[in-house]
Design a protein around this ligand. Structure first.
Ligand SMILES: [Zn+2]
Length: 115
């Protein structure tokens, strides 16, 4: 008890103290939505006339907040709505939140759907 050396925490602390990295320990911001399956399930009331499909949004890290076409990223917490024809969720995500760790491809615990 209490004797396990936390190498990851030590390393993060060191790199933080040297300014090498920003703090990743607060990500993902919405951990219970890190599973693509969980995100997909939130789209039950997704407007049928929305030009973007729930599967594409879930793959890009988004889940539905239940009102209009408002979605949120499980990792950075960024919110997007008013989707237009031809919008690509990944492109929009990266355009608005280029520093999102999920967008950057960091391991933030995302659990993709298995096809
Ligand atoms: Zn994000």
């Amino acid at each position: 008890y209490g004797s396990i050396y936390d190498e990851v925490a030590e390393d993060t602390q060191y790199r933080l103290s040297t300014g090498e990295v920003v703090d990743q320990t607060t990500y993902p911001k919405i951990p219970h939505m890190k599973s693509e399956q969980a995100r997909l399930l939130t789209f039950s009331a997704w407007p049928s006339d929305a030009p973007v499909r729930p599967r594409s949004l879930a793959q890009a890290g988004f889940y539905h907040l239940g009102q209009s076409d408002l979605v949120q990223c499980f990792c950075c917490g960024g919110k997007l709505s008013q989707w237009d024809d031809g919008d690509d969720p990944w492109d929009e995500h990266g355009a608005h939140w280029p520093n999102c760790f999920f967008v950057l491809g960091h391991d933030v615990g995302n659990v993709p759907l298995l096809d």
